[in-house]
Design a binder for this molecule. Structure first.
Ligand SMILES: Cc1cc2nc3c(=O)[nH]c(=O)nc-3n(C[C@H](O)[C@H](O)[C@H](O)COP(=O)(O)O)c2cc1C
Length: 215
């Protein structure tokens, strides 16, 4: 059954929150963006430092300049990877091909999403294991809020391969980096079942390789 509906049920939101890459250009009201931003700011951060900064981008020129890099990266990295890699767990060749088609669609239409939220972090780059760990919880909260409102988005990080160039387009000052761009709009398609492998194949008990009873 088609599912484009908003939901306040977190289990329904999580289990149907597909990457929505085909978006209508129709405007998204400010009060909904406000709710999404608030959800982002409710996230945890290391030491409660709250060094996130969110950029709301509606300017077509700014989006178009960034899309040029996003598109270049499809040609340089993403397209070739899809052409040569196997489908991930829970997918198959046909599904993977549809995923690539959607990825290409978003690449070509990235700038047409009416609103972007750019998730940034202040305080210098961290090359260690915790890189991004104080911004991605906020990003996930915003993804879930977007789904709850019946809006579509996808977590995108591709632009970071041209991070310096893209951050300059956004006018970020030294010491601030962008970690994700969420292109937000009303979805053309439906939310629905996610393709993931069996849970038991990714969970161990006590020590690596030992089965976990219950998964
Ligand atoms: C760290 C990260 C970066 C991602 N970057 C991109 C991106 O740049 N472009 C894109 O189209 N999707 C991107 N995605 C979305 C993933 O491709 C998507 O979550 C995955 O295919 C599962 O999709 P599904 O939830 O619809 O099954 C990214 C996801 C994550 C977690």
């Amino acid at each position: 059954m088609p599912n484009q509906s908003p939901t306040d049920n977190i289990w329904e939101a999580m289990s149907t929150m597909r990457a929505m890459r085909r978006l209508k250009p129709d405007p998204v009201p400010d009060d909904l963006i406000q709710k999404i931003l608030q959800a982002g700011q409710w996230a945890p951060s290391g030491g409660n430092t709250q060094r996130w900064r969110f950029l709301v981008v509606r300017n077509p020129e700014v989006k178009k300049q960034v899309q040029a890099y996003y598109s270049r990266l499809y040609d340089e990295q993403v397209g070739p990877r899809y052409a040569s890699s196997a489908p991930p767990p829970g997918s198959d060749a046909a599904r993977y091909q549809r995923q690539n088609a959607a990825v290409k669609y978003l690449t070509d239409h990235y700038h047409e999403a009416p609103v972007w939220i750019v998730a940034c972090l202040e305080g210098g780059e961290n090359p260690g294991r915790t890189a991004g760990s104080s911004i991605y919880p906020a990003v996930e909260n915003m993804l879930l809020a977007t789904r709850a409102l019946g809006l579509g988005t996808t977590l995108t990080t591709r632009h970071t391969s041209y991070g310096k160039e893209v951050d300059a387009i956004f006018g970020l000052p030294p010491g601030v980096q962008s970690y994700a761009i969420l292109p937000i709009g009303w979805p053309m398609g439906n939310f629905g079942k996610l393709g993931r492998g069996p849970l038991r194949e990714v969970v161990y008990g006590d020590r690596w390789g030992q089965p976990y009873q219950g998964a």
